[in-house]
Design a protein around this ligand. Structure first.
Ligand code: HEM
Length: 394
């Protein structure tokens, strides 16, 4: 029986890397019955998939993403996806709303979050640091910061519950619908106001973008902002957790980073490569396609495993090793094709600044004695909890 036949989602969620190494070696292109999907695990093949959207379509059927959020740029192919993408991308780049947020408000947001727990001498990083910073950052850039970060996080959790509701559990559908409706109402109200009185927020730029003719409709904006809320908070959150974990586990790395600030950028990139917080991309074949020794039929769902491409031993030297000084070119953690992450510039800045500030301000920051870090997830992966303690701080 082929190895792929025995794979389960729970084993992939627990410890995907040895499984993916086995697949790269013996079945680099294979059908996985438990997920009813084809897996593509080699760097070269994932890159091929990403550069051939005419074969591997983002417009999949079924689409849990379209069902939970409404049609959005990630459920469409070019040219349909370009309208929203072109209108929305500038706000998330260095020269846009995100750029102003990162230079004017992000350091203060991080310091205020640290101030909330610094006197306690202990903190759970995922809940009390990574989540509020990721949720608040996106909320401020979008212009939704009159809502508490807890509410923004609740929208994110509700939407994500329904996106991953593969077994159509009605409790999860209800949770998703509640988040979808509540966020939709807030967005529609804000957009009404912004149509009369534009301001310096990303939502306002979406409405008044000169890159879109005709302008984006309110529904187009609402569905795509749902996509941002469902995807743009969990990932920087996991990214912060993964960087904090990596630095805590590696005293020599920590020394290097504290001596030379400019190395934080490299550290974040290497953590993204090694851990790929977003593990996969899902597409559907528009025609039959031959890859290696396999023929994938038309209309098949295909998972391009970014996590596996990022550890492919034919592309990287010592791929399982964290190497701060690696010089082997870009990784695939933000994807490689026409749906490459829209929020990557902002995401990188949030993860880098938050981790850097935490270790700079809290001397002697370490894991609680005997605490064992558990990573979980296949599609999205990060630490479940990070219990930390310290003595001195500034
Ligand atoms: C920092 C960690 C992040 C990681 C690792 C990450 C990763 C990814 C990946 C792998 C994709 C491609 C998905 C696919 O092709 O199926 C993607 C797409 C996307 N990401 Fe991110 N992301 C991050 C942060 C963000 C943030 C902060 C936002 C906020 C706006 C965001 C918004 C989006 C959107 C809207 C798309 C869809 C783009 C399109 O369809 O053209 N992401 N992201």
């Amino acid at each position: 029986m082929p190895y792929s036949d025995s794979l389960t989602l729970s084993s992939l969620e627990k410890d995907p890397d040895p499984i993916l190494a086995e697949l790269r070696k013996y079945e680099p292109v294979c059908f996985v019955p438990a997920l009813e999907m084809w897996f593509i695990t080699k760097w070269e093949d994932v890159a091929f998939m990403e550069s051939h959207p005419e074969i591997f379509s983002a417009d999949t059927n079924p689409s849990f993403l379209a069902r939970a959020l409404g049609p959005n740029m990630l459920t469409m192919d070019k040219p349909n996806s370009s309208k929203a993408r072109n209108a929305m991308l500038p706000a998330f780049q260095a020269g846009g709303v995100a750029g102003s947020f990162v230079s004017a408000r992000l350091p203060e947001l991080i310091d205020q979050t640290i101030d909330q727990f610094i006197e306690n001498g202990k903190v759970e990083i995922m809940k009390d640091f990574a989540t509020p910073i990721s949720a608040s950052s996106l909320a401020i850039v979008l212009g939704l910061d009159s809502h508490a970060w807890e509410e923004v996080w609740e929208w994110c959790e509700g939407l994500c519950a329904d996106i991953a509701n593969f077994e159509n559990d009605p409790t999860l559908t209800n949770k998703g619908n509640a988040a979808r409706d509540s966020l939709g109402k807030v967005l529609n109200k804000n957009l009404e106001e912004l149509s009369k009185k534009p301001n310096q927020t990303a939502l306002s730029t979406f409405l008044h973008s000169i890159n879109s003719d005709p302008p984006l409709s309110q529904d187009e904006i609402v569905n795509n902002v749902r996509l941002m809320i469902s995807g743009g908070i969990n990932e920087p959150r996991d990214g912060i957790g993964l960087v904090v974990k990596t630095v805590l586990e590696n005293p020599q790395l920590r020394e290097e980073l504290l001596e030379n600030d400019s190395l934080w950028r490299k550290c974040v990139e290497e953590v993204f490569r090694l851990h790929s917080p977003v593990g996969t991309i899902t597409r559907q074949t528009k025609c039959e396609v031959k890859m290696r020794d396999k023929t994938i039929p038309a209309n098949s769902l295909v998972s391009g495993i970014l996590r596996s491409a990022n550890r492919d031993e034919e592309h990287w030297s010592n791929p399982d090793l964290f190497d701060l000084h690696r010089k082997e070119g870009p990784h695939a953690a933000f994807a490689l094709g026409e749906h490459r992450c829209l929020g990557e510039w902002l995401g990188r800045q949030v993860v880098k600044t938050a981790s850097q500030r935490l270790f700079t301000r809290i001397e002697g920051f370490e894991l609680e004695p005997d605490f064992e870090i558990e990573l979980k997830g296949f599609e999205f992966r990060g630490p479940l909890e990070l219990n930390c303690v310290w003595g001195k701080h500034v």
